[in-house]
Design a protein around this ligand. Structure first.
Ligand code: PAF
Length: 281
């Protein structure tokens, strides 16, 4: 396994891989790898000849009062995990390598302003910008993104479609702990007490799903029931949002018909957790 810190060296390695007619599967990450990332890497191993993971805590996608400075990092641990999983390359650049006198941003309009984008207005522009840079440097044939960040997946798919980027986006399933909490690097911020309430969102979304399965179609009613359920059963003080949207457009419609995404974000103390369920009706 090779560690690459430099963009030019990475491009040279990529050129050799392409000359050998090998395909590249990329798993972009911000490090602090967990079971969710491991599953994406395993998926990448199945589809690409060469697996590259990127580890870069991308400052562009953090708002001013967000957790950029305390975002968990452990490169030695990540390196061992990647090695054990048979990763071929880790692209691990410094911030100055990625953003030297940087002035260009990629904005996927509409999709980026909804849901998480309301509370995190610059987040998805930061994500789209860094992902396009990664695509240009690593030139992957496949890129695997976890569905825990479902809105991110749709935004990247839209960017790839709109800008005619030659990469196939693979949606990786959400991996959960035994009580249902989706793996996330941010779970590390939770105290033992907070951890108990962290499943509130997942339980609320499951409750919403059961209402839909029992025939409820009214989006406003389902959303209100999910919020009431969470506030009654858990000591949650702040729900950022609950949305029920068409997964293609991320638009909220009045009634649920075909494929809908139930998604939300809640605060457990100061930690913001997101989760979602994709339901086909
Ligand atoms: O999902 C993430 O970890 C990040 O948003 C990504 C895709 C690596 C871009 O920084």
């Amino acid at each position: 396994m090779k560690i690459l810190n430099n963009i030019e060296t990475t491009k040279q390695e990529v050129e050799i891989i392409k000359k050998n007619n090998q395909t590249i599967a990329l798993v972009p990450t911000m490090g602090y790898l967990h079971e969710g990332h491991k599953s994406l890497i395993k998926e990448a191993k199945k589809i690409g000849d060469i697996v590259v993971i990127s580890i870069f805590v991308n400052p562009l996608q953090f708002g001013e009062n967000e957790d950029l400075d305390k975002y968990p990092k452990d490169f030695e641990r990540d390196k061992n995990i990647a090695f054990e999983l048979g990763v071929d390359y880790i692209f691990y650049p410094e911030e100055e390598e990625m953003y030297n006198n940087f002035k260009t941003f990629v904005e996927v309009r509409d999709l980026s302003q909804k849901m998480c984008g309301k509370t995190r207005p610059i987040h998805f522009t930061g994500v789209a910008t860094v992902v396009l840079k990664l695509f240009n440097i690593i030139k992957p044939d496949y890129a695997v993104f976890g569905m825990k960040d479902a809105q991110q997946v749709r935004i990247i798919e839209k960017m790839v479609y709109d800008l005619n980027i030659d990469v196939e986006i693979i949606r990786g399933e959400i991996i959960r702990e035994s009580d249902g909490l989706a793996y996330s690097s941010r779970n590390k911020y939770l105290s033992q007490n907070e951890r108990k309430d962290a499943i509130a969102l997942k339980e609320g979304l499951n409750y919403g799903k059961s209402l839909i399965q029992n025939g409820e179609k009214d989006v406003e009613k389902i959303k209100k029931s999910i919020i009431d359920f969470i506030l009654e059963k858990f000591s949650i003080k702040s729900i950022d949002y609950i949305s029920i949207v068409n997964f293609e457009t991320l638009e909220e419609e009045d009634f649920v018909y075909t494929e809908v995404l139930l998604a939300g974000a809640i605060y457990i103390g100061t930690t913001r957790l997101i989760d979602n369920l994709l339901i086909k009706i």
